[in-house]
Design a protein around this ligand. Structure first.
Ligand SMILES: Nc1ncnc2c1ncn2[C@@H]1O[C@H](COP(=O)(O)OP(=O)(O)OP(=O)(O)O)[C@@H](O)[C@H]1O
Length: 323
């Protein structure tokens, strides 16, 4: 199956090390979310994936072989700086780009109609790009990445500036391409979207991959937590839970009638049931919920961690860390 492999890639701009031994892959049929703070190295990595920027060391492979010119033609790329000619008409421009990727004029015309219609800009094919709103230019840019039926999609912030309807259309298109076996990688700062859409996520910090895995894997922590709403002042429950080995409990922040119980690393997962039983022995429990960090929490933890410290409290549970 088709896989895009980024293998020990490093890149410096002068003395600035933008990528530092970056290694990960994007597999056939998966949507991979590439996230990181401003300046973390995402665009640099994506440019190297496409071959428009050379790595200082390491390699990018497509289906096991180093990316060559032919393979690059099969990549659908949406650059961060966008790359449309403002004075050219939407339809003509897309047909031209499809032609550069080897499509015949008829194939190109058909594909342009299909993708502009799909992305909601079919009525603008005869307009100059510069006359379109920024969001619609963005849709055209997406059409440019998709029009030649690429075998791999590399999209730099494809969702920025899109309205919610366009976000839904774009999400559906990416899911559909992935279901057809295409590896899809996109960068984004919209973490809720990444969480919803991506099969796997990589978090990059200072050019290094600091967390990599499925959303589920990333959210799994070695310090499981539970929230218990007991509907009353919880001192009785807190006293009872203080007797459970490996568990610490406190009043939940902002919830005076709820308790947050946290298990120490290495505590068997069944301790959650014991926490519930002990609490029920004191009185009713209206809500019992495992608490798991969302991607935004993980992101904040990972990107704010010191370089040489443990990346975050949850990091030991990350399923894969770039080798
Ligand atoms: N052409 C360049 N010359 C010098 N430095 C550069 C160049 N391009 C990028 N950099 C630097 O390399 C680092 C990585 O930048 P890059 O654009 O890859 O980050 P990014 O993760 O895409 O950021 P953002 O989320 O803001 O788009 C930054 O410190 C940036 O200033």
């Amino acid at each position: 199956m088709s896989t895009l492999e980024i293998d020990h890639v490093s890149k410096s701009y002068g003395t600035l090390r933008a990528l530092d031994d970056l290694t990960f892959d994007v597999r056939a049929g998966e949507i991979f979310g590439f996230v990181g703070s401003n300046g973390a190295g995402k665009t640099t990595a994506m440019r190297i994936m496409l071959g428009v920027l050379a790595a200082d060391s390491g390699s990018v492979r497509w289906n096991g072989t180093e990316l060559d010119l032919e393979a690059r033609r099969s990549v659908g790329y949406m650059p961060e700086e966008r790359g449309l000619y403002p004075k050219m008409k939407v339809g003509e421009q897309l047909e031209f780009l499809a032609g550069l990727h080897g499509m015949s004029p008829t194939q190109a015309r058909d594909a342009v109609v299909r993708w502009t219609d799909r992305l909601g800009v079919g009525g603008r094919r005869g307009d100059h790009v510069e006359k379109l709103s920024l969001g619609n230019q963005q849709r055209v840019q997406l059409a440019a990445a998709l029009v030649h039926n690429p075998a791999v999609l590399v999209l730099d912030e494809p969702f920025s500036g899109l309205d919610p309807v366009a976000v839904d259309v774009m999400s559906a298109v990416l899911r559909e391409r992935a279901a057809a076996g295409v590896p899809v990688i996109f960068s984004s700062h919209q973490l809720d979207l990444v969480e919803r859409l991506c099969d796997r996520v990589g978090i990059v910090r200072s050019g290094q991959m600091v967390a990599l895995g499925t959303i589920d894997e990333l959210r799994t922590t070695d310090r499981p937590q539970w929230l218990l709403d007991v509907g009353a002042e919880p001192s009785g429950v807190l006293a009872r839970l203080a007797e459970v080995p490996g568990v610490t409990a406190r009043v939940a922040p902002g919830r005076p009638h709820a308790v947050l119980a946290t298990a120490a690393p290495g505590t068997p997962p069944e301790v959650g049931q014991q926490v519930l039983r002990e609490s029920l022995a004191v009185g009713p429990v209206h809500e019992f919920t495992p608490v798991r960090p969302c991607l935004a929490d993980l992101f904040r933890g990972v990107v704010s961690a010191e370089h040489d410290a443990e990346p975050t409290a949850v990091a030991p549970a990350f399923a894969e860390v770039a080798r």
